[in-house]
Design a protein around this ligand. Structure first.
Ligand code: AMP
Ligand code: MG
Length: 327
């Protein structure tokens, strides 16, 4: 149910759940240092206990209460917080094991959404807040998507309209010598390298390494998936040449400018943006997948973004995972 700030605050203080907006996606929040409250997140999401949650704090000073902030972390937090950058750091004992899936590290970030920040400053604890969706479904970018996904079980929601960025935070592992991005997002490897003056590896190199190490379980291949079977196409050209498109399919492309090319195909085509703007695509991707998922299409056809750009890379990461069940 859509609720008030005061009610959500009360719920959180009582060790219960509340749904809060962040600048990335809506989060399912609970007291991040109360193991019983954190367990409620896992249970409502159906999240495997092996998939750690991220702690959200107001500022670097609070981050120091829960993690060991080294020089790199301090520089990055100064530069990118509040904002969509999660840092993986060695955890302090106060952080319960259930939050970190037994790891000695914890993900921490300071979000920029004003409502979320107001909540953090009014509470005496950090908030664990993974995306407010059942495990493996698309992350919600509006309050109505959260309500639809959780139904009667939905905790109170603070509605703050559609989220500003639409895809989840960049996750950077600072806990090993080699800095690595575990999940791409709006904050690019290049901008992190520029801030620190050291190299940062990106997911392509790291996916394998991490699946071996099982260090970042949420980066498993199937994630963010719509219920409708979704076929991945490497390019607009590949999609246009695909033979098995039926009238009840939906083709999802990036720019309205390409729509005409699809006129000759037997099904509907929609675009995620007017002219290929990557911010607009990131903002609309999960919402569109969620909305079209309700319309009983046979299958979705999703094209990868062909731009060589860090945000395109982050968008493609989500699109690949949306299609992973079918590839
Ligand atoms: P979310 O569901 O958006 O909150 O994302 C949480 C993701 O952060 C998890 O699925 C992991 O991939 C990643 N994560 C959180 N904590 C850690 C950690 N200690 N080490 C590595 N990855 C982590
Ligand atoms: Mg998530």
């Amino acid at each position: 149910m859509i609720s008030s700030f005061a009610h959500c605050k009360e719920q959180l203080e009582d060790g219960n759940l509340a749904i809060l907006p962040t600048e990335t996606v809506y989060g399912l929040a609970a007291n991040g240092i109360d193991p019983i409250a954190v367990k409620k997140i896992f249970s409502l999401k159906g999240r495997p206990p092996t998939n750690p949650v991220i702690l959200h704090v107001s500022n670097i000073k609070d981050a120091c209460k829960y993690t060991f902030i080294d020089e790199n972390a301090e520089k990055l937090a100064q530069h990118f917080w509040p904002g969509p950058l999660t840092l993986i750091l060695k955890k302090r004992d106060i952080v319960p094991e259930v939050a970190t899936a037994g790891l000695s590290t914890v993900g921490i970030r300071s979000p920029s959404n004003a409502v979320f920040r107001k909540m953090l400053t009014s509470l005496s604890f950090p908030l664990a807040a993974p995306s407010a969706n059942p495990s493996n479904r698309t992350s919600p970018t509006s309050a109505s998507q959260v309500l639809e996904m959780f139904g009667d079980l939905c905790p109170p929601i603070m509605d703050d309209g559609p989220t500003e960025l639409g895809i989840e935070s960049t996750i950077l592992n600072l806990s090993s010598k080699k800095l690595s991005i575990l999940r791409p997002g709006h904050i690019s490897a290049a901008s992190i390298e520029k801030c620190l003056g050291v190299p940062v590896s990106t997911c392509i190199e790291l996916h394998e390494e991490h699946s071996k190490l099982k260090k970042s379980p949420g980066t498993s291949k199937v994630h963010y998936a719509p219920k409708t079977p979704s076929i991945l196409h490497k390019s607009v050209k590949d999609c246009l040449e695909y033979k098995n498109i039926t009238p009840n399919d939906l083709i999802i492309i990036h720019s309205s400018r390409d729509i005409e090319k699809f006129d000759r195909l037997p099904c509907k085509t929609i675009a995620l943006s007017k002219n290929g703007n990557l911010n607009e695509i990131a903002r609309s991707l999960f919402g569109k997948l969620h909305d079209f998922d309700k319309l009983h299409y046979n299958q979705f056809h999703l094209c990868l973004n062909e731009l060589k750009d860090d945000l395109a890379y982050a968008i493609n990461d989500r699109i690949r995972r949306a299609c992973a069940k079918n590839s």
